[in-house]
Each structure stands twice: as C-alpha cells, then as structure tokens.
Design a binder for this molecule. Structure first.
Ligand SMILES: [Zn+2]
Length: 328
C-alpha cells in the first residue's frame, strides 16, 4: 500500500511581491485516483442565514409529517405499497429511481436540522430499515450504496433530511474501480484492503479514533472537504449487528458536530456495501463536507471533477484529523 504524493509550487506576483503557493497531488492508495490539495487558503466558510428558504420549502415539502402519507411514491413489490416505519424514519420508493431498487428513507420529523441536531437514532433506525429491505432482495450480484445529500450545495432538491438506498445490477464507475482494485489487493496481500488500511493508519497522523466496532480515519487522498472514512469490523451491511450499526451512527453524529464547529452546514456521505460481493470487499463509508449553504453559496464541484474526475480541496487531511481526534 503506497501513500504517494507529488508537490508543485506555483509563483504569483501580487502587490509587488512574489508569493509561493503549494499544491499537493495525492494518489488514492487503492485506486490511484488523484486528488489535488490546494494549500492556499480560500475563505469558503462564510455563510449567511437561510431562514426564508427553510420556511418556504416547508410549505410544499413531501417528507413533512402532514404530507408524507399522501405524497410519496410506494414500492408495489418488495414493500407491498406500505410505508415502512421505525422511530422518526420512513422508507418509501424514490419518485425518481436511480436503479431497479431505489428508496428514500426520511430521517427526522423535523424539516430542517442543524448538523449538531442529527441524532444517532436518526441514522440507526434508517439503517435498520435498509437492512430489512436488503434481506428481501433477490440473491444475486448487486451493487448496493446508501448515500446522503444534505442541502443544495450537496445536490439535494429536498431540504428535509433523508438518505437514499440504491441497489443496481450495473456497477457505478467508481464502485467498479474499488471492486477490481480490492480484488487485486486481496490476491496480492491475503487480506482485504480496508482492514490493511486500518492496520496501516492506526496510531498514524490521519487516525481519528473508534466507535463501537468501527475505525475512523481521514482519507489520504480526499474526494471532498474533510473526507473521513469509517471501516467496520462486520463486512456485510445487511448482516451487521446493532452494535455495528450504532458504531456508524455515533461516528457520523460526531463528524457532523465537528463540521458545524468549522462553519459547514452541508455534506454528502456514501456507503459502498459488501453485500452480494465476495470476501475481498468490505463495506466502507465515506463522508465529506460541501460548501456551506447560504444566499451566496457556490458549487465546489467544478471542471476538474466533472471532466477530469479529480477532486480539488483546500484542507490537509493530517490537519483536520488532528483536530477531530482531539475532541473524539
Ligand atoms: Zn419537510
């Protein structure tokens, strides 16, 4: 496993002085996909309130309690047209399916949550519903992801906190890459990549800490702002014990609180699930903050990501890993 990085130094003339600016190009240790860390500080964490948007979106939101029963799409087959419920969570079909099996799980009764208001039970209950659904899917190879977009900068059209479940017969591009790469890794090293990564990173400068059955690290080659990974002891999502699911829920809540303390309010996360895949693959979880939502927010996915598939970030993993480790 290699943690390769290259440095480029740019010179700029500003105010009559030459200034040097460092750019780090890092290679993902599994896929070799590059990320670019631009070390020149950019003030992206300036955010304004958006109370008006919260109030206006509440008047039509299909996930709010008073509309959800009447408005959401149902799954006629596996869920037999029912709305599945657990705690504040509600599971139903995605009105715009991304694959053969495509669900939405609403997380909270409240229409809007600050990042520090997300509770462990919101995620834990949603994960239990997802487990129940996976167990009812046909027993063949599927690529299963569970993702979350929170607020418009993260790509969410609906403010109300929700996660998405997608199970497809056709692998998403990056899922295919990590699957091939992890098969190669297993053949060469005799253990799965994620366990090897945890062994390598534990006690290192990107290690954050542990929650029940889960290890947390900052990704070496971040795919977004403050990209953290969660690696579980138990391999397949549908088979995970309550303790394992709680390990994820606790870690996510801690990270969201940290994001809020840094001025963020929007984020994405994604689980790549090992279910229906072989032993070389272990469920792995990724979370990253997005530019804060507010009146003047801008999109942090620009031409390098759209056309070159390379993420550009402005923070060093070792710096934010140290900060989060101190409060973990
Ligand atoms: Zn709502």
């Amino acid at each position: 496993m290699e943690f390769r990085k290259e440095i480029e130094v740019a010179k700029i003339l500003i105010g009559g002085k030459v200034e040097e600016s460092v750019v780090e190009i890092r290679y993902d240790p599994l896929t070799l996909q590059t990320s670019r860390i631009v070390k020149k500080s950019l003030n992206i964490l300036k955010s304004e309130g958006f109370d008006e948007e919260i109030e206006s979106s509440k008047t039509w939101c299909p996930f709010c309690e008073e509309r959800i029963e009447a408005m959401v799409a149902r799954d006629p087959e596996i869920m037999k047209g029912e709305l599945w419920k657990k705690g504040e969570c509600r599971a139903f079909s995605n009105l715009i399916p991304y694959a053969k099996y495509s669900l939405v799980i609403r997380l909270s009764e409240k229409h809007f949550l600050k990042l520090s208001e997300f509770k462990e039970s919101h995620f834990f209950d949603a994960f239990k519903l997802v487990q129940e659904y996976i167990k009812k899917l046909p027993n063949r190879k599927l690529f299963i992801t569970i993702g979350m977009n929170y607020l418009k900068p993260a790509g969410s059209s609906i403010m109300h906190p929700h996660i998405q479940f997608v199970a497809t017969e056709n692998s998403p591009d990056y899922f295919a890459r990590i699957e091939w790469s992890s098969l190669e890794f297993m053949e060469a090293n005799g253990k799965d990549f994620w366990l090897a990564l945890v062994d390598r990173e534990r006690e290192g400068e990107r290690y954050i800490g542990r929650t029940d059955k889960t290890e947390w690290i900052a990704a070496f080659a971040p795919k977004g702002f403050m990209h953290f990974m969660g690696i579980p002891e138990e391999r397949e999502f549908a088979e995970m014990s309550d303790e394992q699911l709680m390990g994820f829920a606790r870690g996510i809540v801690k990270i969201l609180k940290y994001y809020e303390s840094k001025g963020f309010n929007a984020f994405n996360f994604c689980f790549f699930c090992a279910d229906r895949l072989n032993k070389h693959f272990r469920t792995n979880f990724h979370i990253a903050a997005r530019t804060p939502f507010g009146k003047y927010y801008w999109c942090d996915v620009f031409f390098p990501k759209i056309f070159q598939d390379e993420s550009v970030v402005f923070f060093s993993p070792e710096d934010y890993a140290r900060e989060l480790r101190e409060i973990w």
